[in-house]
Write a protein that binds this ligand. Structure first.
Ligand code: MTE
Length: 322
């Protein structure tokens, strides 16, 4: 993954935390919503007012006392190689990406396999909002109010058998819609993009299958219509535009590990003590912190989620299993 040049960096204040919170406080004070529901007239003031609003409840267990990354940064500085390797490419090239109808095929060692409509996998009435940090391997990070449902709920509903030791995820393969899959634009990755989690990681309460952010349907460049968010792992584990979930017996291949095995391992837990071979992972730049030259902040072990996940790796050498 390539580090962005300073000249590409755009910091926008369009929807920073204050504006976001003020809007929600206003709606709450007006007794209009518990969360998420929207009034088109009020929100029309936003630049992105065309995005579809979601209904969800706020999960108070997953709040952060940190500024949210402005919507504009979250949606214009992306890694989605199917739409180009530049950070601004996905927002530009994914505008016409077709995200409905959308099905997810479930295969492998589970009692419930087959092809399901997305709305049957992620029932719209069960959505919740969780604010998570996402730390990318390129040493930038974001704080995003995601909307989705816990992956663990979906996995349990699909009833994996005892043979299922890992869960593999597969992104759509459609070079007609995804120009990066057709040639050099995609940085030479193997397609489709694949990722995986160990079964106990997938059953941990943290990973989300997200269908929205900032209370709205996920923008295409952020992985519409459904992507994974695994907040204690580097961003590339958070696979976008998922069409397949496979329950498998052995550790599945993952895209960045296939591309550069000595740089990207299967686990990819955020770990400030294990550097990427080409750069340090000790510190990070938070998008929206101001200028590209704003001071970096220390990266936290497991991205700050150690209490919830450290037990999964007890006894493992995290330098070896990077
Ligand atoms: N999923 C697919 N299918 N293709 C990708 O190129 N990039 C990954 C991950 N998921 C990627 C993907 C990387 S490297 C990161 S850092 C995050 O998506 C970025 O998510 P964001 O653009 O919403 O910030």
């Amino acid at each position: 993954m390539i580090i962005k040049r300073a000249s590409e960096f755009k910091s926008s204040e369009i929807t920073d935390k204050a504006v976001y919170l003020k809007r929600r406080e206003f709606l709450k004070a007006a007794g209009i919503v518990s969360a998420g529901a929207a009034i088109p007239g009020l929100l029309a003031a936003r630049v992105e007012a065309a995005a579809q609003k979601l209904q969800y409840i706020k999960n108070k267990k997953y709040l952060l006392d940190e500024s949210l990354t402005p919507y504009q940064d979250v949606t214009t500085y992306n890694n989605f190689y199917e739409f180009g390797t530049g950070k601004a490419d996905p927002a530009r090239n994914a505008t016409h990406f077709k995200t409905r109808p959308w099905t997810i095929t479930v295969e492998g060692h589970a009692r419930k396999t087959g092809t399901f409509d997305l709305d049957d996998i992620i029932k719209p009435h069960s959505l919740e909002e969780r604010i998570y940090r996402l730390r990318c391997v390129e040493a930038w990070s974001m704080v995003i109010p995601w909307v989705g449902i816990p992956l663990a709920d979906v996995v349990k509903r699909l009833q994996p058998t005892s043979k299922a030791k890992y869960v593999q995820f597969v992104t759509l393969h459609d070079p007609k819609q995804m120009p990066g899959q057709g040639g050099f634009l995609g940085g030479g990755l193997q397609w489709p993009y694949v990722e995986g989690l160990r079964m106990d990681e997938a059953l941990n309460p943290l990973p989300l299958l997200a269908v929205g952010l900032y209370g709205e349907v996920l923008p295409n460049q952020n992985g519409a219509p459904v992507r994974l968010v695994v907040p204690w792992k580097y961003g590339f584990k958070s696979i976008k535009s998922i069409v397949k979930i496979r329950f498998v017996e052995s550790q599945p291949p993952t895209t960045w590990n296939l591309a550069a095995p000595h740089e990207y391992g299967f686990y990819s837990n955020v770990n400030p003590e294990v550097d990427h071979p080409r750069w340090s992972q000790a510190r990070e730049r938070r998008l929206g912190d101001g200028s590209f030259f704003a001071p970096k902040r220390p990266t936290l072990m497991f991205n700050g989620y150690g209490e919830q996940v450290a037990h999964l790796y007890r006894g493992m050498d995290l330098k070896k299993y990077y």
